[in-house]
Design a protein around this ligand. Structure first.
Ligand SMILES: [Zn+2]
Length: 92
């Protein structure tokens, strides 16, 4: 995985990770900008189900996304927008 460094905006790559639970993991990142050199941790967590699994794990319980959020995702896909741009106020 990759993300942006919060300090300089350059790409930061995952150097290692460990599972905390079936739906969360801690990742250790390193910024690729050698002038920055920031290393940091982040938590990645599954938040909600958009479409249910065909092979569900009974230990995993995630809330189902609202109809409004699913409609917003479909609209964004039709418009070719990035899912990260979906307004957060649709989360409920
Ligand atoms: Zn950086």
């Amino acid at each position: 995985m990759a993300t942006k460094c919060a300090h300089c905006g350059a790409v930061a790559h995952t150097r290692s990770s460990r599972m905390l639970s079936p739906v969360s993991q801690e990742e250790y990142f390193q910024c690729t900008n050698i002038a920055c050199g920031h290393t940091f941790t982040a938590i990645r967590e599954h938040r909600e189900t958009l479409s249910p699994s065909a092979t569900p794990n009974p230990q995993v319980r995630l809330p189902q996304a609202s109809r409004a959020k699913l409609a917003a995702i479909r609209m964004a896909e039709r418009l070719g927008e990035d899912r990260d741009q979906i307004p957060l106020e649709l989360d409920s």
